[in-house]
Design a binder for this molecule. Sequence first.
Ligand code: PLP
Length: 387
Amino acid sequence: MENFETQAIRIQTERTQYDEHSTPLFLTSSFIFQDAEDMRASFAEEKEKNIYSRYSNPTVNEFTDKMVKLEGAEAGYAFASGMAAVYNTLAALLNSGDHILSCQSIFGATHTLFTKYFSKWNITTTYFKAGKLEDIEKQITPQTKILYVETPTNPAIEILDLEILGKIAQRHHLIFVVDNCFATPYLQQPIKYGADLVVHSATKLIDGQGRVLGGVVVGKADLIREIYLFSRNTGPSLAPFNAWVLSKSLETLAIRLEKHCENAFKVAAFLETHPQVKTVRYPFLRSHPHYEIAKKQMKLGGNIIAFEVKGGLEKGRHFMDHIQLCSLSPNLGDTRTIIVHPASTTHSKLTEQERLAVAITPGLVRCSVGLECIDDIISDLKQALEA
Ligand SMILES: *Cc1c(COP(=O)(O)O)cnc(C)c1O
């Protein structure tokens, strides 16, 4: 049972006495013990047993176990959201005085966490540009503990070379953390390139149907142990119901991703030839500046496209106002095609300068290509561009 699709479907909590076929949902906050000794031994971790759902829960464990296998990791822990995963992972491992080295183009809330909140605890962050990985060793100090990246980045769709980064992290004994949200383990497995930890917002392509929030971290067992011990006290655990939804979603991840990527490639190719479009960024278009790296480390190009409509901010907004089928929404990785304008929404908390540094121009539009009929997606974009 080594193949991706089979693991995503067949890993399941042990069958109960009812012989259910589909996976059950253990909607319970706590668990019972046979006697005082059973309870003592469970709390002492002398036996592996669920105690309380802030620590662990069979449905949550099923989702985590699948993610561990699919990413090729040793262990994992699941969270109520992607940001809970990012925050608790780093907060568990960092001490006052530590330094994070991060790629410049990262999710808006992660950027806010690093610059606004971690600095309160004397944890500093410096950023490096996606295209200049040779330079990052100069930014490493004795205090640097974490190398943090996203690839593809949100929303600029830059690709970072995981192999190079993995070697740098190893050479300098940094904990290499990759947010693999845009690729999912179906397209890219950062651990193969030396990532110590992989974080996800399961809210996106893993749920894939815009229903629940969730997050997960997987990776080296000793690091996950520290994150687990921290998190069972801070309380960001994933709800069993959401875990059940996400575990069911993983059953269709591979087949959904195939179609998402096929549709996205067609949309990207259409946009690239449209006279009203200034630039298009999609990893598997030859025009992408990091096309070779994308081909090396990704199975397919993903479902997110960044493009700029000719005429800047005003034209970008005009285009959005004429969209009929696609949704204007901050989510991504849904069955529905979604359009967002990062400068005025997801990345509005950044300064104009910070936005430009991460390639978010005022007119940039991000499109998360869904699973609708490709002809309908393209004709909606076309009519809005020509309106
Ligand atoms: C959405 C997202 C997050 C945060 O996840 P939530 O589930 O919304 O908390 C983190 N990283 C990336 C790349 C994201 O797209």
